[in-house]
Structures are given as structure tokens and as C-alpha cells.
Design a protein around this ligand. Structure first.
Ligand code: C5P
Length: 403
């Protein structure tokens, strides 16, 4: 089920062939895909939003905001959300607007904001399809890297016969399936990812922890799943949903995280330690709530050092295992990251700086410098964490010895 969990954005424009789209939506939903539909105003004359929203289990969007409650339908959010955008049927008008950046409806604004692969399935009468302007628009769109699902020859709504029929839903489904199969570059790889903070109890109600939200680790897990990997995510307490398809192991303390990782590490090809592990735990956890001292001094906490998880694991690594860690530094960033890379026996380290606005704990964006022990390095721009996850996995692909 290669389409399971894939986020598919479908743009429907005004063409009689829109009647085929409910069937395609049904097929995609049966495969376990998540489908968000955007229609141009003209498309609503050919197929109803009610049919499509019922099948896709999501409201169908037409305009930039909901006229009833004013909710903004963010084209940028949708463009970032999607794993793939399909414009089908793509009318001559919509092709023209997409090719020339005429962003006067939600479909085209979303297309321009989309960072995912885009497939375009034109449908129109044969003379419109043959017209040099349509031909040119399609060429332009292909030159931008969009994928064409060429229309079929056959009987058209006008009664004429020729090229212009929207490809059949079953065939479009097959094309999308094959596309995702082709980009499953991590198929067969077992990936262990840690995420979130660890929580070290003081007494039954209090603990020592940190601000890690887990967002970076969860984004990495999602990206590895997209690339076809078999992902185990060992996570400290966070308020994020598990990406679909991962094996999630929930832990609290560093000791529990170490034990969970030790069970899985041996059989893993890759370890990405994105968790913010607490360096210390309380030596003797009180089994009752520690009371105020009532002016008789302050309680003292005796701390002991937690095991270094990545160091412990890397000491017993198998040949060909790749280990990446993270470093969050406030000063001497590069030098500190480099020395951690070596002292913890890692292959690569992702450095994020607390000095960088929009990067680090809790944010939805991040900026990282990736350093491989060979000296190869890469610095990203400030991007959503999903994009950064892609850069990190690309970097691992580039620097892995046994791909
Ligand atoms: O030393 P520092 O905490 O900055 O090192 C960061 C890297 O080491 C991260 O990849 C983190 O997950 C890992 N780490 C660990 N065990 C610890 C502390 C950090 O594996 N006890």
C-alpha cells in the first residue's frame, strides 16, 4: 500500500471530465491516502463539493477563506502539507493560469506555493488541446518539472473524436502508485529515531526535563516513512500524533530510552538521535511528594549522570550502521559540535543553534548545519521542520558508505 498515509492535494478545474474525480478520490481513500480537494469556481458546475467532501472526508475548498466564518484556507499551508498535487481535470484556462502564474483562484495560488511534485492531467476538446497556446502552456509547465498525465484519444463530450479525454481514474491511480514506488529510496532500511525530551522524576509529581517539543524527530520519522523505511520512533513525552506507519515506543526517562534503543539498535541500519536527553537524573527519587521545609532550609537534590545513549550504542555498532546525532549549542557552536561528533562515535551531527531566530526548541522551523566525520558539511536555510527533515535524509544518502 504505497499510497497509505500519503497526502494528496487534488485541484479540480472546470471540465466535463470532472465527473470522473469522485471515483479517483474513492480509489485513493481506499488505498489509505489523505485527500484534500480544491475546486475552481467553474468546476462546481460539473461535480458537487458535497459528493467530493463526503468521499474525501474533508471540506472541499474553493476560495481563499470560508465565507461563513471567515476561516482562511492557507494555500501556503496546503502547499507544504501535500506529498503530491494532482491537477485533474486541468482545463485550458487552468493550464494557462498555472503556466503564467495568474494566481486568481485558490487552485493556482496553492499550485504556486506547492513544494511537492505536481501531476497535471489535462482534459478538453481536441481542437483546444491541439491549439498552440495549450501546447505551449503544457511545455512550459513540463519545463518547470511538473509531470504530465497526457489525455487519451477517444470520443469527447462534443461528439468529436481525438485526444482530450481525461485519463481513466484507475490509470491515474497506477501512475501515482508507480511514482511513489520510484521514490522509495529507503525501502528495506530499518531506521531508529529518538525524539522529544526525557523526563527524570524528582518525586511522584515533579520532574527534571527540557523544552524539546519532539517536532524535529517526528518530522524525520515521517520523512523516513515517505522514503519507504521501516521506522521505530522512541519518543519521550510530547503532544504530537505518531506519524502513520511508524512503530512508536513511548518512554519517560533516559534509562528507559536507552533500554528501548538497545532492543532495536542491533537490527537497525541507521540511528538518528534527535531526542534531548537529560544529562542528569535525581539519585534517589522520593516516593512521596517532597514537602516545603517551612523555613528550615531548602531541599538539596543529589544528581547522578545519565548514560550517554548514543555513546553507549556507538561503542557496540555493527559494520555499516550509520549514526547521526544532534547538537544544540549556544557558544563555540561548530567546534563543540565537531568534538561531540568524534567523542560520541557518530558519523554525522546536525547542529542547530539557539542563537538563530526560528531555529531550535518548540519552533515549527529550523536551520541546521550538517557535518559528516569526513569533513563534508552542509548548511540549510531556515525552513519548516518537514523540509529540514528532507535535507537531513538527503545528506545521509550522500554520505552513507553502504547505500
Ligand atoms: O552532549 P549533548 O547532549 O549536546 O549531545 C547531543 C547528542 O547526544 C544528541 O544526539 C543526543 O540525543 C545525544 N545524547 C545521548 N545521551 C545523553 C545525552 C545526549 O544520546 N545522555
Amino acid at each position: 500500500m504505497v499510497l497509505k498515509g500519503k497526502k494528496i492535494l487534488i485541484g479540480i478545474s472546470g471540465s466535463i471530465a470532472a465527473y470522473k474525480m469522485p471515483l479517483l478520490v474513492r480509489l485513493l481513500m481506499k488505498e489509505g491516502a489523505e485527500v484534500q480537494i480544491i475546486m475552481t469556481p467553474a468546476a462546481r458546475d460539473f461535480v458537487t463539493p458535497l459528493t467530493l467532501s463526503t468521499l474525501s472526508k474533508r471540506p472541499v475548498l474553493t476560495g481563499p477563506f470560508n465565507p461563513v466564518d471567515g476561516t482562511w484556507n492557507s494555500h501556503v499551508d496546503m502547499g507544504n502539507w501535500a506529498d503530491l498535487m494532482l491537477v485533474a481535470p486541468a482545463s485550458a484556462t487552468t493550464l494557462g493560469k498555472m503556466a503564467n502564474g495568474i494566481a486568481d483562484n485558490l487552485l493556482v495560488t496553492t499550485y504556486l506555493a506547492a513544494v511537492c511534485p505536481v501531476f497535471i492531467a489535462p482534459a478538453m476538446d481536441l481542437d483546444m488541446f491541439q491549439h498552440p497556446s495549450t501546447r505551449q502552456n503544457i511545455k512550459t509547465l513540463q519545463s518547470y518539472g511538473n509531470h504530465l498525465i497526457a489525455p487519451r484519444e477517444g470520443e469527447l463530450a462534443s461528439g468529436l473524436c481525438g485526444a482530450g479525454r481525461l485519463e481513466e481514474p484507475e490509470v491515474i491511480l497506477e501512475i501515482l502508485r508507480d511514482f511513489f514506488k520510484g521514490i522509495q529510496s529507503w525501502a528495506g532500511k530499518k531506521v531508529l529515531i529518538t525524539a522529544g525530551p526525557t523526563v527524570e522524576p524528582i518525586d511522584p509529581v515533579r520532574y527534571i526535563s527540557n523544552h524539546s517539543s519532539g517536532k524535529m524527530g517526528y518530522a524525520l520519522a515521517e520523512e523516513a516513512i515517505k522514503r519507504g523505511a521501516d521506522v521505530t520512533l522512541v519518543s519521550g513525552p510530547v503532544s504530537l500524533p505518531a506519524p502513520s506507519g511508524v512503530t512508536l515506543i513511548k518512554v519517560h526517562t533516559a534509562q528507559q530510552m536507552l533500554e528501548a534503543c538497545q532492543k532495536v539498535f542491533d537490527a537497525s541500519d541507521l540511528l538518528i538521535m534527535a531526542a534531548a536527553v537529560a544529562d542528569y537524573r535525581v539519585a534517589a527519587v522520593s516516593d512521596h511528594k517532597i514537602k516545603k521545609q517551612g523555613g528550615a532550609g531548602t531541599p538539596a537534590l543529589d544528581l547522578v549522570e545519565n548514560p550517554d545513549i548514543v555513546k553507549t550504542l556507538s561503542a557496540h555498532r555493527n559494520d555499516g550502521q550509520y549514526i547521526m546525532g544532534f547538537a544544540l549549542e549556544t557558544d563555540n557552536e561548530l567546534a563543540n559540535a565537531q568534538s561531540k561528533l568524534m567523542s560520541k562515535g557518530m558519523d554525522a551531527i546536525a547542529l542547530n543553534s539557539l542563537n538563530e531566530q526560528g531555529a531550535g526548541f518548540g519552533t515549527d522551523t529550523n536551520k541546521v548545519t550538517l557535518i559528516h566525520r569526513s569533513g563534508i558539511s552542509y548548511t540549510s536555510g531556515l525552513e519548516p521542520k518537514a523540509g529540514i527533515a528532507g535535507r537531513i535524509l538527503d545528506f545521509i544518502e550522500e554520505t552513507i558508505v553502504n547505500p
